[in-house]
Design a protein around this ligand. Structure first.
Ligand code: NAD
Length: 499
């Protein structure tokens, strides 16, 4: 679950002309078949289970390669990302950013006086965005002539998928069923007061007091939404830092900023229980051996994901799992010939929408018999849309040292950048991790304005094994935020001129 691979490459989905819609088959579709989809009878070359950014991209690529393709989806056309993840949350986060700007109006010489914000209207707007993009994905199914079968799928054999009472024959099956929010014993989600992220992102009514269990990506993003609207937000994180597992300095800067914005957070805690009591959420946790209780209007449980592997028939067919996730090789093939898997349901470190989409292209290419290269997960961008934003690619300083590199680090603060200061948004830094021998860019970690967009400047460098020397040769427009990225690379090389 991350930023969505937008269905029409970010374009407004265009209503298809009627001629683009395949004709309905002579034998009327069963209730399991979406009425607008024609060729749902099979046999197929590929049947994909799950219509998220992994599944639908795999389907469209397979169709592009001339395969007959069907996708089976039980709940969310467009997946978690489009329906209850990246897209609605980014819409809410944009509202949150407008709130912060309005609150800062005086800085720009604008007197607004009292203004009222209706959080439910933000939810309504996000739902409109979702609707539009789900329609966009449905359009792309028709455009690509991929059958969309709505229902619960299971595998009867490697070449047979059951949906209701239908049995669909296929040469290959791709499992792209994704994952769902996790909860640990003692965390009792009732959906209203104690919620998971799917419930929080669509819930109307803003809690005055919110406690979030888990200071990872969702905790920091949804915390940002509610804090920007004025809620009191407390985050409880088990590990020593917010956004654990990334660059520690960036996490520390995020924590400093959150403190300044009035968040409350506790790290290194053990959450013992989180449950509804009357109208309130009661969360019991311990820190340094001391038990504490927090009462709040709402509690969001955001402690990671668990894979959707149940009731697919995987055990009966002998598909190997690893920690509950499906094990695949670099072609995305499972141990059972003809069964493949991609996205959040597989065992890998980056359950993100754009990674799932990359795996979707990979699996479609592999099924079509193309030569493929293993995906390089070090080159996958990792965005977090908190305020300030955080974005990373490649190795942290520590990981680079552990892999035996001699490392140089270049840092550039946004407070030294004209564009950032002119726009009054200059909190944060770019941290470039560079191999001392050849100047190769090993990693980049950004906290600050538009960090998630700025990272796109580094991604091709990573993919092409670019070095600080190519950064020296690259002329970046002035004044832009992008300059901070180049400056950080030059700081690492010792050739920076503007700091
Ligand atoms: P996460 O893994 O990012 O964070 C979960 C956090 O909960 C971790 O920091 C973990 O240490 C903490 N935790 C676990 N058990 C705990 C406990 N008992 N008490 C307190 N803290 C505990 O997962 P998430 O935030 O739930 O997000 C789910 C998935 O969705 C992730 O894989 C994430 O990458 C993805 N996602 C990505 C984006 C994005 O790319 N912008 C946005 C949202 C979600």
């Amino acid at each position: 679950m991350a930023q969505s691979a937008t269905p029409a490459g970010g374009e407004t989905p265009v209503e298809p002309s009627p001629s683009a819609i395949p004709e309905a088959p002579a034998n009327a579709p069963s209730p399991a078949v979406s009425p607008e989809q024609g060729a749902a009878e099979g046999p197929f070359d590929v049947v994909i289970i799950g219509a998220g950014p992994g599944g639908y991209i795999a389907a469209f690529r397979a169709a592009q390669l001339g395969q007959r393709v069907a996708v089976v989806e039980r709940e969310f056309v467009g997946g978690v990302c489009l329906n209850v993840g990246c897209i609605p949350s980014k819409s809410l986060l944009h509202n949150a950013s407008v709130m912060r700007t309005l609150r800062d109006a005086q800085t720009y010489g604008i007197e607004l006086g009292e203004f009222k914000a209706d959080y439910d209207k933000a939810v309504d707007r996000s739902q409109e965005v979702v609707k539009r993009f789900v329609n966009g994905v449905r359009f792309l199914f028709r455009k690509n002539k991929v059958a969309l079968i709505e229902g619960q799928a299971s595998l009867v054999a490697p070449d047979t998928v059951a949906v209701g009472d239908r049995q669909i024959k296929t040469r290959h099956v791709v499992i792209a069923t994704g994952a769902r929010p996790n909860a640990f014993p003692g965390m009792e989600i009732d959906g209203e007061v104690v919620q998971n992220s799917w419930q929080t992102v669509v819930a109307r009514g803003r809690p005055e007091r919110l406690v979030i269990v888990g200071g990872g990506v969702i905790g920091c993003e949804m915390g940002t939404v509610f804090r920007s609207y004025g809620s009191q937000v407390t985050i409880l994180e088990a590990l020593p830092h917010l956004l654990p597992g990334g660059d520690e300095k960036i996490s520390t800067l995020l924590e400093r900023s959150f403190k300044r914005q009035g968040f409350e957070f506790f790290t290194g805690v053990r959450v013992e229980s989180a449950r509804r009591e009357g109208d309130k959420a009661k969360v019991v946790y311990s820190k340094d051996g001391q038990q504490q209780t927090i009462e709040a209007d709402r509690c969001l449980i955001a402690v990671g994901i668990k894979p959707n592997t149940e009731n697919l028939g995987l055990e009966a067919l002998g598909v190997q799992l690893e920690r509950g996730f499906i094990k695949v090789d670099p072609r995305m093939a499972t141990n059972v010939p003809g069964i493949w898997a991609i996205g959040d349901v597989i065992a890998h470190p980056l359950p993100l929408a754009h990674v799932a989409s990359a795996e979707g292209v990979q699996v479609a290419n592999a099924i079509a018999g193309q030569q493929i290269r293993p995906l390089n997960y070090d080159n996958m961008p990792r965005p977090v849309f908190s305020n300030p934003q955080v974005a990373s690619i490649g190795l942290t300083e520590q990981q680079a040292r552990e892999r035996g590199y001699a490392v140089k680090v270049g840092e550039f603060p946004f407070s030294a950048l004209g564009k950032a200061v002119a726009e009054n948004d200059f909190e944060g830094i770019v941290r470039m991790i560079v191999d001392a021998k050849y100047g190769e860019i090993l990693g980049c970690h950004i906290i600050g304005p538009e960090a998630t967009e700025l990272l796109a400047q580094v991604t091709p460098f990573k993919v092409l094994e670019g070095t600080t020397h190519e950064f020296e040769e690259t002329v970046v427009s002035h004044p832009t935020l992008n300059e901070a990225v180049k400056h950080a690379a030059l700081v690492a090389e010792g050739t920076a001129l503007e700091i």
